[in-house]
Design a protein. Structure first.
Length: 73
């Protein structure tokens, strides 16, 4: 949301200068072309609370992976 507001508030010369950099041009086009998909990226993590009692490392890692915070590589 912050990036979208920043891009929208840029003047034409500022935006033209930013679009000269390939990375910025890609980011700007993604933000402006697909605004609904940017908000979906934050929705993939389930609610996660740290355990209130001691857990073995394997159990803790399993709980973290199930929450979607990290994936087992």
């Amino acid at each position: 949301d912050l990036v979208k507001r920043t891009v929208e508030s840029m003047s034409a010369p500022e935006r033209a200068q930013a679009e000269r950099a390939p990375e910025l041009m890609r980011l700007i086009s993604e933000i402006l072309d697909k605004p609904h998909e940017a908000s979906k990226l934050d929705d993939h993590v389930k609610n996660f609370e740290l355990p209130k009692e001691y857990m073995q490392l394997d159990d803790f890692m399993k709980r973290v992976q199930e929450s979607g915070i990290v994936k087992d590589a």
